[in-house]
Design a protein around this ligand. Structure first.
Ligand code: FA5
Length: 336
């Protein structure tokens, strides 16, 4: 082989080296394959580029220049191909790790907010707090003493009917009203008292647009020397205006509860409404209740009231079916 032939053959080998290297890098399907191609072509010790560089020394001076230039171009193009292959494979491999594509657009988490009943509850606590009422709590699993006896409801009273209550055993039940908390508060501290109690109550009522077998009540109790029915009316009237608006009308209708005397039903009528809606019951604490908790009815008087929280919440927001409040339907709840 003549020398020029050798130079031609050397240049052709650089073409082959470039073609092989480019196809190795562009054909790599994983970082491991890219690395194998890098070792084969760009490896410092026995890589094919290194071998091609060493070949330069054996060429005669006239051929060196052409070979050197071509060699630099091939080396540069293989280095770029290596970089490109790495960049191409680095991200997708991460992206599909464990079958989970981290580059897919995410599902935006839905931010929740307080349930309308919770909002109502919080607002009631805030409002009555401004009137000086603190929050009292009592258990939902109650004994019949607190649910009935101490509230002056005699052993044969129809309110105790097993068909109207959720009894758990002979002496325990799911409370049917928050009036139980009146008793618990008075049993645990002397007068004066100014508390509200908010919580769930349970009754096997037939479910319809305004009734549920579980609902919430707010109970109020104020006991002191010289508390009168005028105080009750003032507190409820102020409350109704603050919560439902200045134009709400409030009406007290004579009624009966064993634990208050006299007793009233509290009805409300608001601007644009066409009928009075019963919101709850109220009255002056019966002397027998004071006696049951060891208070002296000649010393103190007091008023109590119990309102349905669902009805207040529904009125406030124009909700016409109580069942909507319990269905946990995001499109409904999202409106409040
Ligand atoms: C009572 O529960 C008395 N404890 C209220 C009371 C307290 C009177 C203190 C005197 C002194 P009543 O059963 O009427 O009363 O219930 C009060 C309110 O709870 C009703 O006006 C209504 O707003 C609401 N309510 C009653 N039953 C249901 C029900 N099944 N679903 C939703 N709300 C109800």
């Amino acid at each position: 082989m003549s020398l020029p032939d050798l130079a031609v053959e050397a240049l052709a080998s650089l073409d082959a080296l470039e073609a092989d290297g480019l196809s190795a890098f562009t054909g790599s399907g994983s970082p491991a394959e890219v690395e194998a191609a890098r070792v084969e072509f760009l490896g410092m010790k026995q890589g094919r580029v290194k071998t091609a560089q060493e070949r330069l020394k054996a060429l005669e001076p006239s051929a060196k220049r052409a070979y050197g230039q071509r060699f630099n171009a091939v080396k540069g193009s293989l280095e770029s191909a290596h970089d490109a292959a790495k960049a191409r494979l680095d991200r997708p491999t991460l992206a599909i790790a464990d079958g989970f594509d981290v580059t897919r657009p995410g599902t935006r988490p839905k931010l929740g907010h307080r349930h309308p009943l919770t909002q109502t509850t919080d607002e009631l606590i805030d409002l009555f707090g401004r009137f000086g009422f603190t929050v009292a709590r009592g258990p939902e699993v109650e004994d019949v003493h607190h649910n009935f006896d101490a509230l002056n409801i005699p052993p044969v009273h129809p309110a105790r009917d097993p068909l109207d209550n959720f009894y758990l055993s002979e002496g325990t039940m799911l409370r049917s009203q928050t009036s139980t908390v009146q008793i618990r508060v008075m049993e645990s501290q002397p007068p004066p008292i100014r508390v509200i109690a908010i919580g769930r109550v349970y009754r096997p009522d037939t479910v319809d647009a305004t009734h549920s077998f579980m609902f919430h009540q707010i109970e109020g109790l104020m006991v002191d020397k010289g508390v009168t029915m005028a105080d009750l009316k003032t507190v409820l009237r102020l409350f109704a205006r603050s919560y439902l608006g200045e134009d709400v009308k409030i009406r007290f209708r004579p009624s009966f509860f064993p634990f208050t005397e006299p007793s009233v039903e509290v009805d409300m009528l608001w601007h644009g409404g066409d009928r009075w809606v019963e919101m709850g019951g109220a009255g002056m604490v019966d002397p027998n209740v004071f006696r049951a908790v060891g208070y002296d009815p000649d010393e103190v008087t007091g008023f109590a009231f119990g309102l349905g929280i669902e009805r207040l919440c529904m009125r406030r927001h124009g909700i016409d079916d109580i069942r909507l409040l319990y269905q946990n339907e995001g499109r409904f709840l999202g409106q409040f």
